[in-house]
Ligand binder design. Structure first.
Ligand SMILES: [Fe+2]
Ligand SMILES: [Fe+2]
Length: 160
């Protein structure tokens, strides 16, 4: 997990996490914080093990820890955050020792993490899409009624 520790120590990653924290201070809906990144990483890794998908652990954690990192640019400049996150992630992945091939796989998963068509895919992008959605505990959320997630997307029963 050496390269994941390098991501977490990267100045631009830390700066973006802090910007998101400040911007989401009064947010009543789901936040995009470290807890969310861990939830996505661990849910994805559990499915990876359960289904024997064989996707490398560091690719899963890197995608999970970077997939929402550009969220602050969605709040401040209206940039869709999957695009903003991929832009920020590219330099960070490069600095942290990920090969071009690994970068492409991880960046694709970040770019696709809001694309419903990824729901069934057996690759990293599908894994991150499902873990991202499964990480939200709609059943226990006070803002569930005001949330813009459709009723069929909300996690109102426990499945994993
Ligand atoms: Fe997201
Ligand atoms: Fe997310």
């Amino acid at each position: 997990m050496d390269r994941i520790n390098r991501i977490c120590a990267h100045p631009r990653w830390k700066e973006s996490v802090e910007k998101i924290r400040v911007l989401e201070q009064d947010r009543i809906f789901c936040r995009h914080d470290i807890t969310h990144f861990f939830d996505v990483a661990r849910i994805a890794y559990i499915e990876n093990l359960e289904k024997g998908l064989g996707i490398p652990k560091e690719e899963i954690y890197a995608a999970a820890f970077l997939h929402d990192i550009g969220r602050h640019l969605q709040y401040t400049q209206g940039v869709p955050h999957e695009q903003a996150s991929a832009m920020e992630a590219e330099g960070i992945l490069n600095d942290c020792g990920f090969s071009k091939e690994e970068q492409n796989t991880i960046l694709n998963a970040i770019l696709q993490h809001r694309t419903r068509d990824m729901g069934q895919a057996g690759d990293l992008a599908g894994l991150i899409y499902r873990a991202d959605k499964a990480s939200r505990a709609c059943l226990f959320c006070d803002a569930c009624r005001e949330c813009n997630w459709s009723e069929d997307k909300k996690n109102l029963t426990l499945t994993r």
